[in-house]
Write a protein that binds this ligand. Structure first.
Ligand code: SF4
Ligand code: SF4
Length: 431
């Protein structure tokens, strides 16, 4: 879970590490590089040495720490309870962690795009229109073939992701809401920024699945980005500003809703941390606590409801990738599997390293494309070993990153959210 710098555990927590090394086999970056400095134990040592002045910050040290995915797989397995995730976030919010992060032109461009475009739906849609236009003119194919862009090839397959998504969707606030009397639950749907701009169809599927389960659904109009993008980039104040905007948007309905539902694991972690993020703000701390008490990931919400299982059987083989923000950040592991197994005819086949990070990790796939690509290819290989035609993933960032990498390999694997599969199963009942 993310926390503001002021409330993060200090690097003194590093003393809890007994150097047992049990976390090493679970660390994706260590598995790839086999370098102790790219392991949790090595990074804890580096952060502690920087904090107590035994080590000067340098580009090399920073690269080892920046290469960490903040996936928290190490935290899940650590027998000493070392709060690794909070330590790396503390480091990244510190002056040492922020310096030189965006040094090259490409890094600066990505940082600007990530912070000034993606959190705003209208700007993202405008960018996507440009991408589609470039794609129609064949410019991406030419750029991919050019030597200049060969190293960043993966990013230009962005156009491939968009090809499968509808160009225009009815604004979700205008989608008809049949009266449900009495509803099993009354919920507010959190739409997200990138998830609504690019994966808006999954938000509509979530909406239909909630309605099919007799929930009354509200979508507050002025909601926006959860703030995770800025928080991960070390801009805690902007993240707090997004949090306040969302609290304003949801506050009027808090007294009569049972839950605030999100289908993006990364947003879920951030939303659940609003109380921590605003704990020292006297105007917002109480409201933030009330808000956090109602935030639920769609998987945990539907499993607890419980779900009304679809009836129509349809044979399909599916494997499941555990998004870090769901498995390690929110400790939600059985609920998505339970939902998938409730679909008649669906055969869930577990892949090796299902709970390993795929390399998306927020904006990591943009800032560390090489490692992100290696981890995605490893994930796709394990998925292929299961013989599945579909990979279910409960996080927008993972879906986009894995689709991009699958397109690069010309793989026809379908990568979708579990709620998309549930929605399809319900739609089959009506045929
Ligand atoms: S498992 Fe925990 S105690 Fe052991 S090396 Fe890793 S962080 Fe340290
Ligand atoms: S958070 Fe993930 S990448 Fe970072 S040290 Fe832990 S296991 Fe490795």
């Amino acid at each position: 879970m993310m926390q503001p710098a002021s409330s993060l555990p200090s690097f003194d927590y590093a003393t809890h590490c007994v150097h047992c090394g049990l976390c090493l086999p679970h660390c994706p970056t260590y598995a790839v590089n086999l370098d102790e400095n790219d392991s949790p134990r090595g990074r804890i040592y580096l952060m502690q040495a920087l904090a107590n002045g035994r080590l000067e910050t340098s580009a090399r040290v920073q690269q080892h720490l920046d290469l960490c995915l903040d996936c928290r797989a190490c935290e899940t397995v650590c027998p000493s309870g070392v709060p690794y995730g909070s330590m790396i976030e503390h480091y990244r919010l510190s002056p040492a962690g922020r310096q030189k992060r965006h040094s090259g032109w490409r890094q600066r461009l990505i940082a600007r795009l990530v912070q000034q475009v993606f959190p705003y739906r209208r700007r993202t849609r405008w960018l996507l229109s440009l991408v589609r236009m470039f794609d129609r003119l064949g410019l991406f194919r030419r750029l991919q073939r050019s030597k200049l862009l060969a190293a960043q090839q993966a990013q230009f397959y962005f156009a491939d992701i968009l090809r499968g998504e509808p160009r225009r969707l009815t604004p979700i606030e205008e989608v008809a809401r049949p009266a449900i009397s009495p509803p099993r639950r009354t919920v507010a749907l959190f739409l997200g920024c990138v998830s609504e701009s690019i994966l808006g169809a999954t938000n509509r599927a979530t909406h239909r699945v909630l309605l099919r389960n007799q929930c009354s659904v509200h979508t507050p109009r002025n909601q926006g980005c959860c703030g995770a993008i800025h928080y991960h980039a070390g801009h805690a104040e902007q993240a707090r500003s997004f949090a306040r905007d969302n609290l304003r948007a949801f506050a009027p309905m808090l007294p009569f809703i049972d839950a605030i539902v999100t289908n993006v694991a990364g947003c879920g972690v951030m939303l659940k941390d609003y109380a921590m993020l605003l704990h020292d703000d006297p105007h917002w701390a109480d409201l933030a606590q009330q808000f956090v008490a109602k935030v639920r990931d769609i998987n945990e919400f539907l499993a607890a409801l419980p779900l009304d299982p679809p009836q129509h059987s349809h044979p399909q083989r599916v494997t499941y990738h555990e998004a870090c923000h769901l498995a390690h950040g929110q400790k939600i592991r059985s609920a998505p599997r339970q939902l998938l197994q409730s679909i008649p005819g669906l055969q869930l086949t577990e892949m090796v390293e299902a709970d390993w990070c795929c390399g998306a990790a927020g904006t990591y796939n943009l800032t560390q494309p090489e490692m992100a690509g290696q981890l995605a290819r490893r994930k796709l290989d394990h998925s292929a070993e299961t013989g599945s035609q579909i990979m279910a993933v409960a996080n927008a960032g993972c879906i986009l990153h894995l689709r991009q990498q699958a397109a690069l390999r010309r793989e026809s694997l379908s990568i979708v959210h579990p709620v998309d599969l549930l929605d399809q199963a319900y739609q089959r009942e009506q045929r």
